[in-house]
Design a protein around this ligand. Structure first.
Ligand SMILES: Nc1ncnc2c1ncn2[C@@H]1O[C@H](COP(=O)(O)OP(=O)(O)OP(=O)(O)O)[C@@H](O)[C@H]1O
Length: 457
């Protein structure tokens, strides 16, 4: 658990409670505020590390300007606080304005819980390191707390996973750049953290950056930092993620999502190991271990002319491939058991078990969303089950052998609704928030509908 203080401001009560539930297991102190008008009189705002702020308050006209307005009010009262904006996909331009006005980052609705937690962690790390590479003792402690979470368990004993772990162990001792590939949710970040944990940099920071979510216009500022006044609203010096990772490991996730122009900027820093903050001209050397990850075939992208060969050559000194879950069936039940224990204690349910028929169902499934999907499937079953023995019906899965003929026709409207929910959950890798948003209902309504569907059938 991280000793950070988070304030969530959103006038949508279901968003507020979904975020509160998610974060209370990660951060020691969470407060919520459903009415932004209370911000000016809010006591001790500057005691918080991070504010999660909605960009579109329902009372406003959804221009996003309410969010920008409140961002500025918060920054006036507490200039050092990290503000992360929550916004919808259509409002990315506004989110960029928010970044220029001092927000640390933004999260798109519907959010992916893992990405949201990663964004918060990086904002927390950056906040603690705002004073630059000469971190104070207190900051260092906070950075270590984040960078070496004990929860990086790697579960599994399949041949494929053990071979990967053995290679990871060997590579960790060296300082070479590593490229980790694999399908979504296979555990690429888990392996990157393991590399860091086993390396000589283990007592330094591990900084993770989702390259897919950095906008073109803020790429340099985000990665290399900026100086006060370097562009409108750059109100204070800010270090970028390369500098924050100095001495440690920098994990660049979704590297295949970078445009060619940004690839060129990245290449030059990786080659020279020197950054220059936007608005400055002093080069700052950075000592980082670079680990990149992608689910794309970069070789194919090079052949297609959309990824630079010289960049691939730089980041790919060693290549680690994380196998999909269906290629390590031996790990499925081990992981299911691991998450069963973890989630049942999280939700205060004791002695949960998965019966044999349900285990067979889990084994027969193809897990397109890999370990993340398995994790969410177990979590959902634990939340919704009223018994402590989980049965096949507690798991909403589309069978591996599903073909057009396997899909039974719905007989009632309720059945049709449940089939649609299953399909959308499947499409969203079992992410409840994303599925609820796609279906145009709240998370709570989605839970209720699934519960009702289960009790009917
Ligand atoms: N072997 C494992 N043991 C335990 N948990 C695992 C394992 N592999 C992955 N996980 C868990 O599965 C989830 C997804 O893992 P991770 O984020 O590392 O995947 P990824 O391949 O980086 O995903 P993406 O491609 O979406 O970025 C995380 O919650 C992680 O803790």
């Amino acid at each position: 658990m991280i000793d950070g203080k988070i304030l969530i401001i959103d006038d949508n009560k279901s968003v507020l409670s979904a975020l509160e539930i998610l974060l209370q297991f990660e951060y020691k102190h969470i407060e919520t505020l459903s009415n932004p008008n209370q911000i000016p009189s809010f006591k001790n705002l500057d005691h918080f590390d991070i504010v999660l702020l909605d960009m579109n308050f329902l009372a406003g006209v959804n221009t996003g300007n309410e969010g920008l307005y409140w961002l500025k009010e918060i920054k006036k009262k507490a200039p050092d606080i990290s503000v992360i904006m929550i916004t919808s996909y259509g409002a990315i331009d506004l989110a960029v304005d928010a970044l220029k006005a001092g927000a640390s980052d933004f999260i798109l609705k519907p959010w992916n819980n893992d990405k949201l937690l990663a964004t918060l962690k990086s904002a927390y790390v950056l906040k603690k390191s705002l004073k630059g590479p000469n971190k104070s003792k207190g900051n260092e402690a906070a950075l270590k707390e984040i960078s070496n979470p004990d929860e990086n368990f790697i579960v599994g004993n399949s041949k494929a996973l053990l071979a990967l772990l053995s290679l990871t162990q060997k590579v960790a001792k060296t300082d070479v750049s590593v490229l980790i590939t694999g399908e979504n949710g296979t555990g690429k970040e888990v392996i990157a953290r393991e590399l860091h944990k086993l390396s000589s940099r283990k007592n330094e920071v591990f900084i993770s950056v989702d390259m897919g979510s950095i906008s073109e216009s803020l790429f340099e500022s985000e990665l290399f930092g900026h100086t006060k006044g370097s562009f409108t609203d750059a109100k204070q010096d800010r270090i970028g993620k390369f500098e924050a990772a100095n001495g440690g490991t920098l994990f660049l996730d979704e590297i295949g999502n970078l445009s060619l122009q940004l690839q060129a900027k990245l290449l030059s820093v990786i080659q020279n190991r020197v950054i220059v903050r936007v608005g400055a001209n002093t080069p700052i050397p950075v000592d980082i271990r670079l680990v990149c990850a992608t689910n794309c075939s970069l070789h194919q992208m090079v052949a297609d002319g959309v990824f630079r060969e010289d960049l691939l050559y730089r980041i790919n000194t060693i290549h680690l491939e994380v196998p999909s879950l269906r290629d390590r069936e031996k790990d499925i039940l081990l992981l299911a058991d691991f998450y069963l224990n973890k989630m049942s204690s999280k939700y205060g349910k004791e002695d949960m078990k998965i019966n044999t028929a349900a285990q067979e169902k889990l084994m027969a499934y193809s897990w397109p969303g890999n370990v993340r999907e398995l994790q969410h499937t177990i979590e959902r079953a634990i939340i919704l089950s009223e018994s402590n023995v989980l049965k096949p019906d507690d798991f909403l899965l589309v069978s591996k052998s599903t073909t057009a003929t396997d899909v039974t026709e719905p007989n009632t409207l309720d059945e049709m609704e449940l089939m649609m929910i299953n399909r959308v959950l499947h499409e969203n890798n079992s992410n409840y928030s994303a599925a609820a948003s796609q279906l145009g209902v709240s998370r709570q309504t989605l839970y209720n509908k699934i519960k009702k569907g289960k009790s009917n059938g």
